[in-house]
Design a protein around this ligand. Structure first.
Ligand code: BGC
Length: 726
């Protein structure tokens, strides 16, 4: 088994959209779904560029599907090559995770009996973020006139949340210069200018004609090449994108054209890309021995994180579906801070810093949201895009009946995200020791979110306690609950950590402490209120140590989930939204999640008690894709590595096997990031504090060796765990 390659041995149109997602290629600037260059009926062609959003109905704003760089059509003696015509004699697709190169090999026979072997290879360069490369080799069986049409499609369609088709690009111009082709377009609402440029060369074979087809919206180069029987002809298509997020509007085309000149040919670009990937994997790779499936699938999940990670830009975040599909419209959620960020904090702190800076830059928008709701401090949006405003749709089509709209409450009341962001900022600091960042930015994130929590806390006079009522916790099967344990405890942690941060600043950066105290109004009265909220926060629990999902949780119906097996739909689909709300079934186990985040606060006995209680009440298979990796970590903590493995493999397979049937919408980014945490913090048992790190491994029985790397305070550590007898 090749442990670095995702392979597909035949093409099945029924799984077309799923495969388009998993064969996505990208470089953290952009990503392109794994559609075919020549097209296929109903394909969902998409290239998404980080930060290139545009307004869209219901969902407020979405990543605008960018002009398509893939079009490459081939005609053999006048017959158009396409997999839905003629016969496919053999088909093979392979994504090399080591260097991000996607290869497709096809043997095809046309309806009139023309045969050829065709190989497509493509990648988005990790070494040159604006450059994309495609190489095509055609070997006809008989002497042929091969005609190719390589273009840029300036009218790419986005698939809307109601199945409607949207175009985000207003054509601005196109043309040819020195043999290269360019296209210029502008998003309709956000006014982002994009320049794309293309070069096509025939690198093997006898090119007899070349023409520029100035078709509006789709500038194309048409080439004719004669090939003898069995002779291979080869084409290279190089494309570059620049937008007005990168350079001034007036320069986007010029920069795109210049970029082409910077790349001599496929071979040199290939090498530079491979070298960049090698560096990436030296920081990120995890070696698992004794389990080939897990090894390959983990690398696939890490690859998905690496192609979505903005290395170049701290004004963008990673959407819940990365850059690989239309799902969630490119919006970022807590998925980033709690699920994806740890991978970057520990293997690529510079990327983690970019992601956190994105939140820092959008603090003013978070302040505006708090203010709008009558609070002070910073309340981050549940869904976030380019401006930091709340972009959660208020209404969406019902999953079962698309003619009905359902009210989406998360943007109004799923408030835990503000504490999740503060938590992530603190984690970054603990792991990296980046004091400079804490002083410049992190402290403000922690303090201003704390300010929000103190303001949002409701005083319950009868019980003399502070509460957060009418919220949604991470478990979204229950809406409008009071006192979700996760929310209340993490808010309290946020306030406590704000004090610690302020104390630390007073000692190490007193000037900054004064500045923040003055700017955020952290006077004695306000800090007294914070102390009061911390001391009197209501944390619903039973005397035996069972933490309650939320107040009154135990009054909901206890459902025997095993009795619903075999099940192919989520519990929410089974009982309906209202029905599920009445049960104790959880979409994801957020009490356990909290125990993971604040692990030093709970005894082993208490973790076990809660683990045993919540595990059978969770919709592991069809609930949230965020759950399994955390469940795996907690199973390790209670000494059940083989149970942990079952959850872990579910997370690992989420997209590769389309476990939830929605991989066509894009990669489940949180699940992908969570797999790394499950290995490192679960099976590897890594614990990190300000004082240092330690491990307590608990490998699944069949693993013989586990090796991972991470940075602690700027130094790379390598951990190798060999199983007993291994
Ligand atoms: C999950 C949320 C998650 C969102 C985006 C929802 O289904 O319940 O926790 O943030 O998807 O992935």
């Amino acid at each position: 088994m090749n442990l670095w390659t995702i392979q597909e041995a035949d093409f099945t149109p029924a799984t077309q959209h799923h495969k388009e997602t998993i064969f996505t290629t990208g470089n953290g600037y952009l990503a392109t779904r794994g559609t075919f260059e020549e097209g296929f009926p109903n394909d969902r062609r998409a290239t998404f560029l980080h930060g290139v959003f545009d307004a869209a109905p219901l969902v407020v704003t979405e990543l605008a599907n960018a002009p398509d760089w893939l079009p490459f059509e081939i005609f053999l003696n006048g017959e158009r090559f396409a997999l839905d015509r003629g016969s496919v004699i053999s088909f093979e697709r392979a994504l090399d995770l080591r260097n991000g190169v996607l290869t497709r090999r096809v043997e095809w026979e046309s309806p009139r009996g023309e045969r050829a072997a065709i190989v497509f290879e493509r990648f988005a360069s990790l070494a040159a973020l604006h450059a994309l490369f495609l190489r095509v080799r055609v070997t006809p069986q008989h002497a042929s006139e091969i005609h190719v049409r390589a273009g840029l499609n300036g009218t790419p369609i986005s698939e809307g949340s109601q199945g409607e088709r949207l175009l985000h690009w207003n054509w601005q111009g196109q043309g040819a210069r020195d043999g290269n082709v360019f296209l210029q377009a502008r998003t309709f609402h956000s006014d982002i200018e994009l320049g794309a440029a293309m070069r096509v060369t025939t690198t093997l074979g006898n090119e007899v004609a070349r023409e520029f087809w100035d078709v509006r919206g789709e500038p194309t180069l048409a080439l004719r090449v004669n090939a003898g029987a069995g002779e291979t002809v080869m084409f290279e298509k190089t494309v570059s994108y620049y937008t007005s997020r990168d350079v001034e509007k007036a320069r986007v085309v010029e920069c795109a054209l210049q970029e082409l000149d910077a790349h001599k040919n496929w071979a040199s670009a290939y090498q530079a890309n491979a070298d960049a990937w090698q560096e990436e994997w030296e920081r990120t790779d995890v070696v698992i021995e004794g389990d080939e499936e897990a090894q390959l699938a983990l690398r696939f999940n890490l690859f998905q994180m690496l192609i979505a990670a903005p290395r170049h830009d701290d004004r963008v975040n990673i959407g819940a579906k990365t850059l690989s599909g239309f799902g969630y419209r490119g919006h970022a959620f807590w998925d980033t801070e709690i699920f994806m960020l740890p991978l970057f904090i520990y293997t690529a702190p510079h990327i983690a810093k970019n992601l956190l800076n994105y939140r820092y830059r959008l603090l003013d928008a978070a302040r505006a949201k708090a203010k709008q709701n009558g609070f002070e401090g910073a309340q981050f949006p549940w869904e976030s895009a380019d401006t930091g405003e709340e972009v959660t749709p208020t209404w969406l089509p019902h999953y079962a009946d698309r003619t009905k709209l359902i009210r989406i409450w998360t943007g109004d009341i799923e408030i835990h995200i503000s504490a999740d962001i503060a938590y992530a900022a603190h984690q970054y600091w603990v792991a990296t020791g980046d004091y400079e960042w804490l002083i410049a930015k992190g402290a403000e994130l922690i303090l201003d979110t704390a300010k929000f929590w103190a303001a949002r806390a409701e005083w319950n006079n009868a019980n003399a306690r502070y509460e957060y009522n009418d919220v949604i916790g991470p478990d979204e099967y229950h809406e409008h609950v009071n006192n979700n344990y996760y929310t209340n405890r993490l808010a309290q942690w946020n306030l406590q950590t704000a004090f610690d941060t302020l104390n630390w600043l007073n000692e190490h950066a007193p000037k900054k402490a004064r500045e923040l105290e003055a700017r955020l109004g952290l006077n004695a009265a306000r800090l007294d209120k914070w102390r009061d909220v911390i001391a009197k926060m209501y944390l619903p629990a039973l005397p035996n140590g069972l933490l309650l999902q939320f107040q009154d949780y135990l009054q909901r119906t206890d459902v025997d989930l095993a009795a619903l097996e075999p099940r192919t739909i989520s519990v929410q689909q089974h009982f309906g939204i209202e029905g599920t709300n009445e049960t104790q079934v959880l979409k994801q186990p957020d009490v356990l999640m909290l125990m993971y985040l604040l692990q030093n606060n709970f005894s082993e006995k208490q973790v076990r008690l809660n683990y045993d209680f919540y595990t059978p009440r969770t919709d592991h298979t069809f609930g949230s894709s965020l759950g399994p990796s955390i469940q795996a970590i907690m199973a390790c903590k209670v000494g059940k590595p083989d149970d942990a493995y079952e959850h872990f493999i579910r997370a690992l397979r989420a997209d590769l096997y389309d476990v939830r049937g929605n991989a066509h919408d894009g990669i489940h980014g949180a699940s992908a990031g969570g797999t790394w945490q499950a290995v490192v913090f679960g099976f590897g048992g890594l614990r990190v504090t300000k004082e240092g790190w330690s491990i307590e491994p608990r490998l699944p029985h069949h693993w013989t060796r586990l090796q991972f790397r991470f940075f602690y305070h700027g130094k790379q550590e390598i951990v190798e765990i060999v199983a007993d007898g291994g």
